[in-house]
Design a protein around this ligand. Structure first.
Ligand code: HEC
Length: 469
């Protein structure tokens, strides 16, 4: 009897508690989905929520003491609180009661098979000064690599086998090179988040000396893309920013304001655009028979989008979009973020369909190529914001049907990887990894090994036992 009563009471209790949760969720939805999509409590570990909620409370007109995220300029801050403490407590309750502890998240993460990096690649550590390598690219016409370094502000031109051919001082942090002739280099004024307008696009002369300034006044520009005769610049900014078009005479036109514009990639007909910070999303120009920028997919603001590329994974001659997310610079505790990793989307007429999510801690760079010579594309990914025991370089081996085997590639070298470029020709596949040997984020953990600024990986011809299970 006692037992039945107990079951009955616990049923009643969970029923009312569910009702209460539903109500709290509704309130959270009403107040927390104005500036970004409503995050799920599961997007962050329980320990990280109090700091985030405190930062968000500012937007509701509450004075907030102590450390918090700086409010973005595009949102007006009310002078007086616009919701009661009682309602706020319900929102807090919703996120804190439904979130789980970091150690529980860690427990549920997928595991890796372990292999050695040198099993797959000839690994060469490049003779370069320590620093933060904020740009890596391959110039296919010249058959040369380019690396850009942010602290000492230098551009390096390297031979295909990784020898430094030239070092060019530049007036800013190099973020992108227009990889077609005539070359031009995009520079941001500051490495750290700040609203500055000192970003520039500078022509590179055929002898690699700096030419004239083509356009200036950019707020931390991080990417430039060429699409239908115009350039598109992602001005990441800080508390503000812009997605900007440059026409053929380099006149500027801001197409969208706000911060977090991070990358644009053209296809034959469309321009895909990625945005980070709070409005984390994939956008598109020309996807709905409309020239203007439209949102295709929105992510939780706790995702940390970094970049993307297009590649065909299912051999239907139609490229998928692979988005990688591993940014973790905003929160002081550097929490494990369960939404970090790679997202693969198939493109259909006017929408994208999510086909795979591959969790990876702190991923900051990724590229696709057939690494096991089985005719389909695999993914090589590298991480910046990692935690203890997380791999720095990962091979996601394509098993077909958007299934991937997860292989951690271990080596005696380590760095915090921020950039990756690739070169695929008939007789070689290579990756250039640009790292950071200067640590700016307190808690970023690095795998043991010799710290190197850059690695050149050349795929071995005969993988032998590597490719075997
Ligand atoms: C007035 C606009 C606004 C409202 C309303 C708002 N947010 Fe935010 N939110 C932001 C901005 C801006 C950021 C990005 C902060 C940054 O990166 O500096 C953000 C970021 C976040 C993040 C990501 C934190 C991280 O870096 O991992 C979460 C989670 C979040 N908000 C939750 C909420 C919740 C919960 C509410 C409701 C209580 C809310 N937000 C209401 C503007 C808003």
């Amino acid at each position: 009897m006692k037992k039945t009563l107990c079951i009955f009471l616990s049923f009643l209790f969970s029923f009312f508690s569910c009702k209460k949760q539903e109500k709290n969720k509704k309130i959270a939805k009403q107040y927390c989905s104005r500036c970004h999509i409503l995050p799920s409590p599961m997007d962050l570990p329980k320990e990280a929520w109090p700091f985030v909620l405190k930062s968000m409370k500012i937007y509701f007109g509450y004075p907030v003491k102590g450390k918090h995220l700086s409010p973005k300029k595009e949102y007006a801050i009310p002078k007086k609180p616009v919701l009661s403490e009682k309602l706020w407590a319900k929102i807090e309750e919703y996120f804190l009661q439904n979130a789980i502890l970091e150690k529980q998240i860690k427990h549920s993460l997928p595991e890796y098979e372990k292999k050695s990096l040198s099993c797959y690649f000839h690994v060469k550590s490049l003779q370069l000064p320590p620093g933060i390598y904020s740009l890596a690219d391959f110039l296919s016409k010249e058959k040369k690599w380019v690396l850009g370094e942010a602290v000492h502000k230098k551009l390096f031109l390297l031979s295909k086998d990784g020898r430094v051919l030239k070092s060019i001082p530049v007036p800013g942090m190099p973020t992108k090179i227009i990889p077609e002739k005539p070359y031009a280099i995009l520079l941001a004024e500051t490495l750290f988040p700040e609203d500055t307008t000192g970003g520039k696009l500078i022509r590179l002369k055929p002898n690699w000396e700096l030419g004239r300034v083509l356009a200036s006044g950019f707020n931390r520009p991080v990417d430039i893309a060429l699409y239908k005769g115009n350039y598109y610049i992602s001005e990441f900014g800080h508390l503000t920013g812009s997605f900007t078009k440059l026409n053929s005479t380099f006149q500027k036109e801001s197409l969208a304001s706000g911060s977090g514009w991070i990358k644009a990639v053209p296809t034959e007909n469309q321009l895909y655009v990625l945005r980070a910070q709070e409005k984390e999303s994939l956008l598109c120009m020309n996807c709905f028979q409309q020239a203007n920028l439209r949102e295709l997919y929105s992510f939780s603001p706790a995702t940390g989008l970094v970049g993307f590329f297009l590649a065909d994974f299912n051999q239907d001659k139609h490229k998928e979009i692979v988005i990688y997310a591993g940014d973790n610079g905003d929160l002081p505790s550097l929490p494990i973020k369960p939404r970090q990793g790679l997202y693969i989307f198939e493109r259909k007429e006017a929408k994208v369909i999510k086909r795979a999510f591959l969790y990876m801690d702190g991923v900051y760079a990724a590229e696709a190529a057939d690494l096991d010579s089985d005719g389909d594309k695999d993914i090589l990914a590298a991480a910046y914001f990692t935690h203890k025991d997380s791999p720095q370089i990962v091979l996601f081996e394509n098993l077909g049907d958007f299934q991937f085997k997860r292989i951690a590639l271990e080596s005696s070298f380590s760095a915090l990887w921020i950039r990756m470029a690739k070169q695929v020709s008939q007789n070689s596949i290579q990756f250039l990894l640009g790292g950071s040997t200067i640590r700016y984020f307190r808690n970023v953990q690095q795998a043991p090994g010799k710290e190197v600024p850059a690695l050149l990986l050349t795929l071995k011809k005969n993988l032998g036992s590597c490719a075997q299970p």
